[in-house]
Design a protein around this ligand. Sequence first.
Ligand SMILES: Nc1ncnc2c1ncn2[C@@H]1O[C@H](COP(=O)(O)OP(=O)(O)OP(=O)(O)O)[C@@H](O)[C@H]1O
Ligand SMILES: [Mg+2]
Length: 222
Amino acid sequence: MESEVGHIVTVASGKGGCSKTSLVTLLSGNLAAAGYRVAVIDADPNASYHQWHQLYEGPEINCFCEIRHEEIVDAAQGRAESYDVVLIDTAGFGNTTAAFAAGTADLVLIPIMPDRASAVEAMRTARQVQAFGKAGRREIPFRIVRSRWNPRGLVERAVGADLTEAGLPLIEQHLSDLSDFGKLSLTGKVPTSGKVGEQAMGIIKEMIGLGAVPAAPAKVAA
Ligand SMILES: Nc1ncnc2c1ncn2[C@@H]1O[C@H](COP(=O)(O)OP(=O)(O)OP(=O)(O)O)[C@@H](O)[C@H]1O
Ligand SMILES: [Mg+2]
């Protein structure tokens, strides 16, 4: 993958409320704190990320709203020219805009919470991402991100077994049940240290390993 052009990471799932916006918030804040030039495209008509971004305090993150499916690819690829990382928050996978956002992504992250419906929906989303890649004659890399996750929990173990059986690739680093997430939506501060910061950086390191985030911030502000 070229380091000249920034990378596009789309967060999507057919399941509502599975941590998509929280993941985008956490990743955007931690990438910005690590010196990356970060753009977030809020492709959800509810504009939750955009609303939160108005409260955001921290190193610069540029937020753009684009919900039109015929514009999302140009919007993402255009931003990738001037940002290290373009994150796209979607309204789920049952809509065309999310499908196009996945179609242009270097990596699709599919968050999941510990319940079986969430696992079933993640599998369906993964199949849709695969089909969308096939339509464009390429493979779109995707990974499941486990959120609100207690690795020792009973449900988590059952859902984990479902995911393994389905052969779905995981980001190894999970996000714990973070009471801080509630605060995150009320304050403009993103935790970049402590347990939350460490977990976010763990995910970012894996994204670097997958070539979906440059190893170091490449673009210098003009
Ligand atoms: N790891 C976590 N621990 C605790 N709470 C979490 C975690 N991740 C998300 N939440 C909470 O779960 C709720 C749903 O999260 P979020 O809004 O990120 O999901 P979403 O997938 O973007 O939802 P939507 O489909 O409505 O866009 C929020 O109240 C959020 O604070
Ligand atoms: Mg959301």
